[in-house]
Design a protein around this ligand. Structure first.
Ligand code: PLP
Length: 359
């Protein structure tokens, strides 16, 4: 996006805003690249594979698309503060938009397991962090109550403005491809995003803005240790390296199921190993560095393509939901590559040859 292009909410105003509504806050969200992934597509056997890189949003995740609408509306409604429960990216986004709006931001975090980069973002923007000795689902339960008491506006995806704003990613994909893809793959945590994409594709088609009215199959992927929708029951103690989808009882569960069924899609589980393999493959073949959770869609598509459940000629978009820099600890250093050597040319040359030989 160039500086001159209108803010996201203005670009799609007719589909998401009320008449005469104004949006003073924008950080330049949306307008993220849809990258043709030729090498990755070749590796997994899909010719028309695209990556929607949501890590290019202002705070490094898709959460900004909905947060910009939620915070503008909270500000317009005279809110005194905003509050959210978060596995990390919601708090990073809420903290930034609340700062821009001049509103206090309270964040309830589950103890441990929040990626370092996300915590740094919320702290830097002056959010008030409260860590609870419980999981995300417990934190969200508390936040719902705070919202009901009217102490602050809840900016989790149970706030409908979040899902409305997140629909814009589907609009952008249709605008970029000229129609909807055959399939859209993405990670599923609290299940707001799969809900928003499906609503977005439908709304765009209903408004006559998808030329042939096409709708994609929605392919959602949960982590094996946090797969309540796949298993059909809440998970008491969800576990996965993909902390952004470490959720045992998704708030938008029923809508995710609706998106799956109405679109003729699926929601399946991928292992942590498949997720980390996919994360590595994406950045090594395409140069696009996403966080572990974001790779779940590619991990799932890779398996479906191998099993011939996606045809090689289909157009598939994988949503990379967040930036890799958010969770640097998830990247394993190559053995020996960070052991210092003497700073002379000979030693360095030797080391480089060693490295070349190892390739
Ligand atoms: C929030 C988030 C998800 C999960 O999205 P839901 O709407 O909760 O299903 C996936 N990946 C990243 C990077 C996220 O921040």
């Amino acid at each position: 996006m160039t500086a001159a292009s209108p803010p996201l909410l203005e670009r799609y105003r007719d589909l998401i805003a009320g008449e005469g509504e104004s949006f003073p806050i924008s950080l330049g969200e949306g307008g993220t690249p849809l990258i043709r992934a030729r090498r990755l597509g070749g590796e997994i056997g899909i010719e028309h594979l695209y990556l929607k890189f949501e890590g290019a949003n202002p705070t490094g995740s898709f959460k900004d698309r909905g947060m910009v609408l939620a915070v503008n509306r909270a500000l317009g409604a005279g809110a005194l503060a905003v509050v959210c429960a978060s596995t990390g990216n919601t708090s990073a986004s809420a903290a930034a938009y609340a700062a821009a709006a001049g509103l206090p931001c309270h964040v309830i975090l589950p103890a441990g397991k929040v990626a370092r980069g996300k915590l740094a973002q919320a702290l830097a923007a002056g959010a008030r962090l409260i860590m609870v000795d419980g999981n995300f689902d417990a934190a969200l339960t508390a936040v719902r109550r705070l919202g009901e008491e009217g102490l602050a506006v809840v900016v989790n995806s149970i706030n409908p403005d979040r899902l409305t704003g997140q629909q814009t990613a589907a609009f952008e994909i249709v605008d970029a491809l000229g129609t909807a893809p055959d399939a859209l793959a993405l990670p599923v945590g609290n299940a707001g995003n799969i809900t928003a994409y499906w609503r977005g594709f439908r709304a765009y088609a209903d408004a006559g803005r998808t030329p042939d009215g096409k709708l994609p199959r929605m392919l959602g992927f949960q982590a094996e240790g946090a797969a309540p929708i796949v298993r059909g029951e809440p998970i008491e103690a969800p576990e996965t390296v993909a902390t952004a989808i470490r959720i045992g009882n998704p708030a938008s569960w029923q809508w995710a199921v609706e998106a799956r069924d109405q679109s003729g899609g699926l929601i399946e589980a991928v292992s942590d190993e498949e997720i980390l393999d996919a994360q590595r493959l994406i950045v090594r073949l395409e140069g696009v560095f996403c966080e572990p959770a974001s790779a779940a869609g590619v991990a799932g598509v890779r398996r479906l393509a191998a099993e011939r459940r996606i045809g090689p000629g289909e157009t598939v978009v994988c949503v990379l939901t967040g930036h890799g820099l958010k969770d640097p600890d998830a990247v394993q250093a190559e053995e020996g590559s960070l052991t210092p050597i003497p700073p002379d040319l000979g030693a360095i040359r030797d080391a480089m040859q060693l490295y070349v030989r190892r390739e």
